[in-house]
Design a protein around this ligand. Sequence first.
Ligand SMILES: *[C@@H]1O[C@H](CO)[C@@H](O)[C@H](O)[C@H]1NC(C)=O
Ligand SMILES: *[C@@H]1O[C@H](CO)[C@@H](O)[C@H](O)[C@H]1NC(C)=O
Ligand SMILES: *[C@@H]1O[C@H](CO)[C@@H](O)[C@H](O)[C@H]1NC(C)=O
Ligand SMILES: *[C@@H]1O[C@H](CO)[C@@H](O)[C@H](O)[C@H]1NC(C)=O
Ligand SMILES: *[C@@H]1O[C@H](CO)[C@@H](O)[C@H](O)[C@H]1NC(C)=O
Length: 678
Amino acid sequence: MRRMWFSVVSCALLWLGCVRSHLLSQPEVDTHIQLQEQLISQHNDSAYVQRVMRLAKSAEMRSYMQPELDACDDFFGYSCGMWPKINPANAAQPRETNYQQLLANGYQHKQQRLLEQPADADSDDVAVLKLKQFYASCLRFRQTPEALYRQQLLEIAAEFGRMPALALPGQQWPADGFDWLATVAHIKRKYGLDIILLLQQAPDPHNKTQSRLYVGQPPRFVVEPNRAAVVQRIAIQLEQHLGVEAALARRTAQEITDLEMLLAKGMSTRPIGPLALPRSTVELTNAYAPTLNLTHYVELALQRPLQPEEMLYEHVVTYQAHLLVVLAQTPPHVLANYIFHKLLDRFYYDRSAPVVGQCLANVRELFPELLNNMAYRQYAAPATLSDIDAVWQQIKLSFHNVLESSSTDWLSVATRSHLLDQLNATRLLINGHAQVNFTERYKQLELKPQDYLFNLRAVLAHSTQFATPTSSPNVPTYDPEENQVLLPVSLLQPNFLWSRFYPRALRYGSLGTIIAEQLAHSLDRRAGWDAATLAEFGKRKACFRHQYERLRFAGEYLPATELQDDNIADNTAVQLAYLGYKNYLANLASSALITEYLPQMSHSPQQLFFISYAQLWCNDANEQFRDKQSLLAAGTPNALRVQGALANLDAFASAFGCANETPMNPEQKCHMYAKNLN
Ligand SMILES: *[C@@H]1O[C@H](CO)[C@@H](O)[C@H](O)[C@H]1NC(C)=O
Ligand SMILES: *[C@@H]1O[C@H](CO)[C@@H](O)[C@H](O)[C@H]1NC(C)=O
Ligand SMILES: *[C@@H]1O[C@H](CO)[C@@H](O)[C@H](O)[C@H]1NC(C)=O
Ligand SMILES: *[C@@H]1O[C@H](CO)[C@@H](O)[C@H](O)[C@H]1NC(C)=O
Ligand SMILES: *[C@@H]1O[C@H](CO)[C@@H](O)[C@H](O)[C@H]1NC(C)=O
């Protein structure tokens, strides 16, 4: 897994599971400047627009900076020192604020605007019309009378039997007749929800052209630390949505929460695919007999028998072992209440939460590709795409030159030539799903104009093809299988990371380093490298390890780790982007150099490059979260990523005139692929 752009790594791993909660907790980072810019940039007098846009960008950049700090001492503080005052992290959510949230918020606003454009049968794709219809019905959900809403929820529960907490007073819930495995299998079949167990189709880890079924642990829950609050929330849901009597609701909520905690203890954040265990049908039947017959579960969920020779994968074997222990100590009525609660939870709507946020989150979870595609069609103007492609080509060229230069003489001839070929074949793809026929995909989906719960049921029922929750990463990634760098559509938004009005320094410092980082990750797989090259690689890696373990964050040293790929990619990325920018400058007519400065900033173009790089990583994380972050080694903290990568770069020291032996210009510098960029 590559380092995730957003800080919540577990979130990225379980992307689908968490999009919703993540969105609802989207912090209110200040998008004011960007919104202003969007209005202004629609103006048509380009000299005027350019002037205003540059002033705005300069104001934004300066607002985060703390210029009284010494850039050679603490460049992150120099570039981002005021960020926490402008965008403070909270004790609760948001526990971190960062620049990527600005981008995400801007993107969310744009998606909202797209959804709110009136449906137009002439110009909208049929699938888009359905999406807008769904969204509109969601916005009106409060208009559903309470009684009808409750009746619909009870109908959904009744599709799968009886929920103990809903038994009428004096009535006995028949524990004997309850088959939990069949119940979760039927729910999976009907609505695609993975409760207690997961069933999913995904590529074979060893042959990606082949699709396999994975059975096992569902995505790990994001465990909320405040359990009392969770109990309270569930109790209110049971009472308000289902009419469960208060004391029973409270007791049931406590049992549900306890069970969830217990299950979570056995869960891991491992992604589907690698490390899964191949299983024959017979093995699936017997592995956890007599308690848990996974073959039975799969057959019920698929509604077809498995062939004796069919091979499946078991996802997180240790979870299934843990599940046996949990099942043995859980009374049937608790298990049943838990399962029905998880089912209905997907259908509850919160009358007190903001409507738009809830509906937008729903749409993003249920139609992620279609929504990205709408944004893609809106923002992927040829000029934008060619701007991005120009940066890409420049960075690829830089890497090519680096790999051919004497600074990479440590690569053997064979390995070097292999890397050059691989680099040449690497492609850039903006993840807009341009190839998907959405009309075809949503052909069978029938919606009603007003009835949100009906529509939600229809959409969930429609999308239970067990297909891989299509990975449309909302973060830049490198895909080794296809040898391509994937950029999310959100990066196409004008006036964030790139703008035709800004100096190119900013484009290379931000967008350029992001692209270069993923390109650098294409060298993470070192299978096929010869032994001598690997030994040299190891020496150079050791330099990074020593360097990073001497960095201190909030007074603590970073934990020593062999996992240096991310740090190495950071270093490579800023070097490649800088080389690309240098090359751009070299070809710039001297009369045009003036455009590489910003008003009200005395910084040189090179300095602007480095500030825009550092500001990409501006963040504020509250202390509690911060400690956890470094203890869990969820990657190098942002401040040290910036310090680590720039301290190895002579070009940085000369741009800011840093004396030898200052923190940003240490004597010993580590290099993997490039050096002597001056
Ligand atoms: C530019 O804007 C002015 C007024 O806002 C308008 O009259 C003019 O037609 C516009 N020109 C173009 C090329 O859009
Ligand atoms: C991968 O699977 C396909 C069929 O799905 C098969 O044709 C191909 O030979 C397999 N490749 C390898 C390397 O096993
Ligand atoms: C497991 O389930 C399969 C499919 O339903 C069934 O054929 C088999 O008899 C079951 N095995 C056991 C031991 O229950
Ligand atoms: C890169 O690949 C293209 C074909 O995709 C080929 O024509 C070109 O010669 C290659 N360039 C180098 C430097 O290998
Ligand atoms: C997409 O699918 C629809 C419905 O199946 C079909 O009519 C249409 O021709 C397809 N569009 C393209 C571009 O293939």
